[in-house]
Design a protein around this ligand. Structure first.
Ligand code: NAD
Length: 492
């Protein structure tokens, strides 16, 4: 990653500068004196070119047999595997999370490529019965056309892989707009797809501001679907901008709870809380930003959490001794700082952390608030930093009510050894994901991933559900009776 490198857009199989002729720079969040490169400030003209290229290549790409498309994805998986360590290091420098996590991010992309390669030999429709004689009924899956994939920075290769591989195996062509904070990871991933054999125009990369590049894409008449992951407010804007005629998949933020019951294995729960709250410096859509603790074990568990949190080491994610890396940028650091003041003003007790340490990056001390209640903003709003709040619950029903008392619904967890508690949690927690005796984080790519309520629009990512999003499931009737047969009328 030479410091002076200038990265390009990728449109119609060529690496080219933006029509704007403007670039922006990105620095290492763990050391803001280190400039990582210059990146194209894409604009509406770039988006139009990319969409046109994707539209033109669609006619050929849709004719490529899906298993052949799958072979390309398998090659991409091999290339990702070969470059795993290099990509992980680039990612840690670009967005801050520790190496063990950036390796996992690349691994998730490998897993997704392999999963979606296999889909090339499935893409199942259904056959079923007909109410009429000599009539055959089935569904077939067809690609949508040109799709927009808009991604955040916190999983800068895994999330693009989720979206692009599913879109491609289904026969769509793609305009990919990554976060402006992680353009290098996006570029590396597209380079790998190019090397793996994705034909020109099938995948196009446009970097630049969401307000310009993202908005143009979302409003574009030739875009058939927008697959977006990011902040709830951006998702709400996209819904407004898209208009009718497009499929809109939104995966957004959350305020995920871990419930600790009185019968829980507290040591296990402690590991889950620390990993859930402070992994990726708390910057995960599935971060455990609330811990709801049964009153009988509340004091003891609070002490355990605070003691462990104080021991966490901040630093560069490249250092193997680091537990918690930096926040992604100055805006994020200011936002987290703001929430510390909000929490204190609301009457929550700041038990540890709460400060910006004297380091050259955008670090923030791992922070615990106790004495928190459901009417507080720090309980309700996504802080997206290393901050978690501990709240007491009277019993299981109260814990579930507290867990559900937010607008979000992505991931949830309960620690208990009681089968009834587990089953009640599965039934009543209003979340897209529920973990039993494990933290709120740890998705696997062959299962659906998605939030409900304000966390998602109902289309789930990866698993088999991604195929539903990236295809039209067309219903087909074949009548071989040789006469007009009217459904609901000509029944015997
Ligand atoms: P963000 O919403 O600021 O940006 C996401 C993407 O949208 C970026 O590429 C951005 O440039 C683009 N964008 C911005 N404005 C746009 C507009 N008006 N039209 C179209 N595109 C626009 O989010 P972020 O800061 O990159 O990511 C953090 C957020 O993402 C958090 O809320 C987190 O919870 C959420 N997230 C959700 C999931 C999930 O699967 N549910 C996964 C990871 C992150």
């Amino acid at each position: 990653m030479p410091k002076s490198a200038t990265y390009k857009l990728y449109i119609d199989g060529r690496w080219i500068p933006s029509e704007s002729r403007e670039t922006y720079s990105r620095v290492n969040p763990a050391n803001y004196n280190e400039i990582l490169g210059r990146f194209q400030q894409g604009n509406a003209k770039d988006v139009d070119k990319a969409v046109d290229a994707a539209e033109e290549s669609f006619e050929k790409w849709r004719e490529v047999p899906p298993p052949k498309r799958g072979e390309i994805l398998l090659r991409a998986a091999q290339l990702l595997r070969q470059q795993k360590e290099e990509l992980a290091r680039i990612m840690t420098k670009e967005m801050g999370k520790v190496l063990t996590e950036t390796r996992a991010d690349v691994q998730e992309a490998i897993d997704t490529c392999e999963l979606m390669a296999g889909e090339g030999r499935r893409l199942f429709g259904r056959t079923t019965t007909s109410e009429l004689r000599d009539k055959f009924a089935m569904t077939v899956r067809l690609p949508l056309g040109v799709v927009a994939c808009i991604t955040p920075w916190n999983f800068p290769i895994a999330i693009p892989a989720w979206k692009l591989t599913a879109a491609l195996i289904c026969g769509n062509t793609v305009v990919f707009k990554p976060s402006s904070d992680t353009p290098i990871c996006a570029t590396k991933f597209v380079e790998i797809l190019e090397k793996a054999g994705v034909p020109k125009g099938v995948v196009n990369l446009v970097t630049g501001p969401g307000s310009i590049v993202g908005t143009r894409l979302v409003k574009h008449k030739k875009i058939r679907a927008v697959s977006f992951t990011g902040h709830r407010d951006t998702g709400a804007q996209i819904l407004k901008d898209a208009g009718v005629g497009k499929k809109i998949g939104l995966e957004m933020g959350s305020k995920n709870p871990i419930i600790i019951m009185d019968d829980a294995d507290l040591k296990l729960g402690l590991d889950g809380v620390i990993w859930g709250a402070f992994g990726t410096c708390g910057q995960r859509c599935t971060a455990a930003s609330r811990v709801i603790i049964h009153k009988k074990v509340r004091q003891k568990f609070e002490r355990m959490v605070i003691e462990r949190t104080k021991k966490l080491k901040l630093g560069s994610g490249l250092n193997p001794k680091t537990d918690v890396g930096p926040l992604v940028n100055k805006t994020a650091q200011d936002k987290v700082t703001g929430y510390i003041e909000i929490g204190k003003d609301e009457g929550a007790k700041l038990c540890c952390g709460g400060k910006v340490p004297k380091l050259k990056g955008w670090f923030f001390e791992p922070t615990i608030f106790t004495n928190t209640s459901s009417d507080m903003r720090i309980f309700q709003e996504e802080i997206f930093g290393p901050v978690t709040s501990l709240t007491e619950a009277k019993n299981l029903d109260d814990a579930i009510d507290l867990a559900n008392a937010v607008e979000y619904g992505l991931s949830s967890s309960i620690y208990t050894n009681n089968i009834r508690n587990m089953m009640q949690a599965i039934k009543y927690l209003e979340y897209g994901i529920t973990y039993i005796n494990s933290s709120t984080i740890g998705a696997e790519v062959h299962l659906p991933f998605g939030g409900i309520k304000s966390s998602g629009s109902g289309w789930q990512e990866v698993g088999w559900t991604a195929i539903n999003f990236f295809t039209d499931e067309k219903t087909v009737f074949i009548d071989y009776s040789g006469k007009l047969q009217r459904a609901q009328i000509d029944i015997e």
